[in-house]
Structure formats: C-alpha cells, structure tokens
Design a binder for this molecule. Structure first.
Ligand code: MLT
Length: 404
C-alpha cells in the first residue's frame, strides 16, 4: 500500500496566509455589511505600470503569428531578460554576476521553497525567528527537521536565530554552526534592514564555515538608506557562499503575473560540486520556464519608462509605510520597519498575544493584519501591517486604529 510523506504531518495548521484568509472570510460572511481594510498579506494593489502593460500587449500579439510565436522558454530564461537583470541589478551596483548565473522563475516563493532540494538532507538549517514561513515549512516537508515542539512553538533540529527588539530585530551569529542559513533583507516580516558591514560579517562567517547563505532580497526596491545593500553580492566573498532570490512581485506588482529569479554564482562550490550545476539540473527537469509574455513584461521593468514608473509606484507604497509608521506612533504604539521595507512591525498593546490582537483589530476596527507569532515564536507579541494597500485604505485603517 502507498505510504505518504509523513513529514507533512509534522506541520501544524495550514499555511499562515491561508489561515488568515479563512478567518477573514468567515468574519466577512458573518458580518456582510462591514467594510474590512486588508493590510495582512503583502499583496500589491496598484495596477501594472504602463510600460509593462505595453510590453505584455506587444508580446501577446507576437504569439498570434507563426513567425513570432514562442513555445517553451530556454531553461534559464530568455537571454534578453537575464542580460537586463545582470546589467541593471548587478553590474550597475558593482556586483560581478553574469547572465548565465541567473535563473528566471515564476517567483521567489517557489524558488525559496525549492532551493533546499539541491542540498543534502543532513544539513543543519538556520533561520531568523520570526521568519517567512516558507523557508521552514519546506525544510520540514523535505524531512530536514525533527518534530514540531508545541511548547517552544518551533521544530526540533532547526537553528532559530531570535530577532528581538533589543538587537534591532537582526539575527546574531548562531552558537551552533549551521550549514544553510536563510536571510531575508529588507526583512519580512519585521521590516528591519541590514547594513553592508553587518551583512559582510555573515558572508565571512559562511565562507569560514563552509555554509551557504540563501539570501532573499525580494524587498530591495524599498531600500531608502545609503548603507543598506541591495544585493548580497555587494559584499566581498559572497560569490563563494551565497545564493540570492529576487522577485518582480513587490518592485513591479507581479504578484498575479508571477516572475522572479535566483542567482547561483559559478564560484559557489561544495564537496567539489558547483551548486549552479545542481540548480540548472533541477530547473531543467522540473520547470518549463516563465511564459514568454511575462519575461517580456519583466524586461520592460528595466526600460527607462518602466524604471521611472516603478520608482513612482514604490514611492506610493512607501508613502503608505510612512503613514502607518507615524500614525501608529502618534497612537502610542511601539513601531519599527517601514523605512527600508513595505512592512511595519508593531508591538501589540497591553501584552496582548498576536492572535488576540488580530481578532481585536478585525472585530473592532475591521482591519486585517498579520499576527507576529505566525512567523515564529519570537514574533509573539508583535503584529505586521503591510504598506501595499491603497493610500485611501491605509489612511482609513490608521484612522480606525487611532479611534480605538
Ligand atoms: C507576505 O505577506 O509575507 C508575502 O506577501 C508572502 C509572499 O510573498 O509569498
């Protein structure tokens, strides 16, 4: 008889954002007249920029003619997009990344979940706590962890790096040496950013210990401060220890379009094996490429018009971040994030648990956010609001929260 992957049974409950969506739907069904403001999941609300729409229309028309029709995309992604990425995201920032080290995908969520597959099952994984749940859950599914520990609200066998108020929500180098280190900066969920010097410490640590850093830079477009790196490859030595994940979801509004990429430098070698070759093998076998029209839309992100339009879009969301941050401060909350990231991280009032505050906010202000404990045990007592709503809804949410 067939057996199931019992690692899945170690996972408590459903995926965080599915749980929230279910709760909100149930509340809305029971209270149909209530106007809920949703600042929970980090989903964008602004339409695709005109340069992107134009590229989409043009490439859709190409698909209507035999001469310009495109079938399967090349394994790594189209050269036009990979070159645009190498030039604009890396060369322009002084990073040495070539087009053939870039793997185009359908988004950073899939890549951040799939990347663990090319590493041995016995590797020790380190994650920040709180953390984007995909990194942990996918390692659980793969069998790289022990059981869920109900009391500590974490998994046995995972190295958790607490990101606390006292350390500016940044992780410290772990006492136990990990093999795979997940870092996300600017951070989801806390909105904390890391300076180049601090990130350099992680790169040096990984190189010294033979570890690999999986660096999720999905929110780099929101960086406003000078000393905050946009890519881990701005640090010396990162080519021999780091993989970088990028997304078009947050900088260009592609949450529903789906496009991302992963950088695996050819100098990243472990056990005499080029990690690049393993990821290429996996990509070629399990993925058939992001659609041509979507890759053309991605190329438009790097056009002069695209860049100008997206700068405005990012500024729009950052105005929301500013509104939330200062609005909450005025209301007496302890707040962080929102300066280099589209997430605001607040301390729940009166030592309320994160889920109690979620319910309280939903029921009294009809505002949805994300409970910090959903991101890990050390997120307890915190709450995340996203700046990806509309400006009007953001103003309304803050008005309601201030009125509580
Ligand atoms: C979030 O809200 O944390 C993100 O939108 C989730 C994601 O990007 O998958």
């Amino acid at each position: 008889m067939v057996t199931v992957n019992r690692n899945y049974l170690k996972l408590p409950g459903s995926y965080l954002f599915s749980t929230i969506a279910k709760k909100v739907s149930a509340y809305q069904a029971a209270n149909p007249d209530v106007e809920i403001v949703r600042l929970g999941i980090g989903d964008v609300t602004q339409p695709l920029a005109p340069a992107i729409i134009e590229a989409l229309h043009k490439s859709v028309d190409e698909m209507a003619n035999a001469e310009t029709f495109h079938g399967y995309a090349p394994d790594l992604g189209y050269e036009f997009l990979r070159s645009a990425i190498a030039k604009n995201d890396y060369e322009a920032r002084g990073c040495q990344i070539s087009a053939d080290e870039i793997f185009v995908s359908d988004g950073a969520k899939s890549d951040s979940g799939n990347i663990q597959e090319i590493f041995g099952i016995d590797n020790k994984v380190a994650v920040c706590d709180p953390v984007y749940p995909v990194y942990v859950d996918t390692n659980v599914m793969a069998g790289r962890t022990g059981d869920y520990n109900k009391k500590n609200e974490n998994f046995d066998g995972v190295i958790y790096m607490p990101c606390l108020e006292d350390n500016g929500f940044l992780p410290e180098l772990p006492v136990k040496t990990p093999d795979i280190i997940y870092l996300c900066f600017p951070n989801n969920p806390s909105g904390a950013a890391i300076t180049k010097d601090k990130l350099q410490e992680w790169v040096d640590y990984a190189n010294k210990n033979g570890a690999v850093i999986i660096y999720d830079a999905a929110y780099e477009a929101y960086i406003t401060e000078e000393n905050v790196p946009h890519s881990i490859y701005e640090c010396e030595g990162a080519r021999t220890c780091a993989i970088e994940l990028r997304s078009f979801s947050k900088n260009a509004g592609f949450t529903g379009v789906r496009l991302g990429f992963t950088v695996v430098p050819k100098d990243l070698v472990r056990e005499d094996v080029a990690i690049h070759d393993l990821w290429a093998r996996r990509h070629g076998t399990k993925f058939n490429g992001a659609p041509y029209i979507v890759q053309r839309a991605g190329e438009a992100v790097y056009s002069p018009e695209g860049k100008a339009q997206l700068k405005e879009q990012v500024a729009y969301y950052m105005r929301n971040a500013h509104t939330i941050y200062h609005g909450l401060k005025e209301a007496g909350y302890s707040v962080s994030g929102g300066v280099n990231a589209p997430y605001i991280w607040l301390k729940t009032p009166n030592n309320m648990s994160s889920w109690d505050f979620f319910d309280y906010l939903l029921e009294t202000a009809h505002v949805v956010g994300t409970p910090g404990s959903g991101f890990g045990a050390h997120g307890e007592g915190f709450f995340r609001l996203t700046a990806f709503g509309t400006y009007e809804n953001t103003l309304e949410a803050i008005r309601r929260i201030k009125a509580l």
